[in-house]
Design a protein around this ligand. Structure first.
Ligand SMILES: [Fe+2]
Ligand SMILES: [Fe+2]
Length: 166
């Protein structure tokens, strides 16, 4: 069974490829064909991390885990907001590109921080068994929410989230 940090890295690689594909897409139909699944995947991924990874990082991580989690939820909020804004515009228009670039910038920054901070911390501090168990839960989460079904993609208060899971 893959551990959860490997599964998260797989998603991150898919996000980088997705944003690169947008550079090659031309016209509303092509842009929509790339952005709709990519933005949905970004939203589901953040929700999965908030349900499965970060509650355990807060408890099992090192002294900076609270701060890493606070930063991550704040970043997820910015990415969610940019995705929601993109959905108010027609793909290819200036307003749409502004929102998509905002999501792309926030996401690129966030992936680097998460990979070097939260994921590295979790590998150092969580047991192999826990990483595998959460990996299995990660796969189940995607299976239970096909196309984001039953997920609302709401922003969360970072400090309240950390307090709640401590
Ligand atoms: Fe992530
Ligand atoms: Fe994240």
């Amino acid at each position: 069974m893959d551990d959860i940090t490997a599964l998260i890295l797989d998603d991150h690689a898919a996000f980088r490829r997705g944003f690169a594909r947008l550079d090659d897409a031309r016209g509303e139909t092509d842009l929509r064909a790339v952005w709709d699944p990519l933005s949905l995947h970004l939203d589901i991924h953040a929700e999965a991390e908030e349900s499965i990874l970060y509650p355990y990082l807060v408890r099992h991580g090192d002294a900076s885990a609270g701060e890493e989690t606070d930063d991550a939820i704040g970043d997820h909020n910015k990415i969610r907001d940019a995705i929601a804004e993109s959905r108010r515009h027609v793909p290819g228009t200036d307003g749409w590109w502004a929102a998509v670039w905002s999501a792309r910038r926030e996401n690129s920054e966030h992936l680097a921080e998460e990979e070097d901070g939260a994921l590295a911390d979790f590998r150092r501090n969580a047991s192999r068994e826990l990483r595998a168990e959460l990996g299995a839960r990660w796969l189940t989460f995607y299976g239970e929410h096909p196309g984001g079904r039953d997920l609302t993609f709401q922003d969360k208060d970072p400090q309240a989230y950390v307090r709640e899971h401590r």
